[in-house]
Design a protein around this ligand. Structure first.
Ligand SMILES: [Zn+2]
Ligand SMILES: [Zn+2]
Length: 154
């Protein structure tokens, strides 16, 4: 049976187009490999786990202070060593889950008790927030009474 070639296989490989696509894919894989290697090496140098929860899975690069960010994590690895080192000094390792929570918190105004933000946005029911709400309805009722009085006087 050796030496017998299935004619269908030959035809399909000969008619396969997009050689350019194939090469590009190969190139991307190569690029990803050394980028992954640099990324992996840095994460390992940082202890290889999430600084928040200690997980070693789905690790990501996080800028500790969003304001100091000059490069996206994905842009860091292709830069030269000096640039990478400066940017990575501002970074820490977080797992996907902790990174997501941190990002959400960065975009949400912190809860300040006894304010509209505490009662409405965070639906906090602590004494200060409830007191703010009672005070707010008092203010509203007073304003309403005032409007009615003004309407009567006019
Ligand atoms: Zn974590
Ligand atoms: Zn509160």
């Amino acid at each position: 049976m050796r030496g017998i070639v299935n004619p269908q296989v030959v035809r399909s490989s000969r008619t396969r187009p997009a050689m350019a696509y194939k090469n590009k894919k190969k190139q991307n894989n190569f690029q990803n490999e050394w980028i992954q290697a640099r990324r992996f090496e840095w994460i390992a140098s940082q202890g290889g786990k999430c600084v928040q929860c200690g997980s070693a899975e789905n690790l990501e690069v996080d800028h500790i202070n969003r304001q100091e960010k000059t490069l996206k994590p994905s842009q860091i690895w292709s830069r030269r060593k000096e640039v990478r080192e400066v940017e990575l000094l501002k970074c820490q390792v977080l797992c996907y889950h902790c990174h997501k929570i941190k990002t959400i918190n960065e975009f949400t105004k912190p809860l300040v008790h006894g304010t509209l933000n505490g009662y409405r946005k965070h639906k906090c029911k602590c004494f200060d927030c409830m007191e703010w709400m009672r005070e707010d309805s008092r203010r509203k009722r007073a304003a309403q009474r005032l409007r009615k009085l003004e309407a009567l006087n006019n």
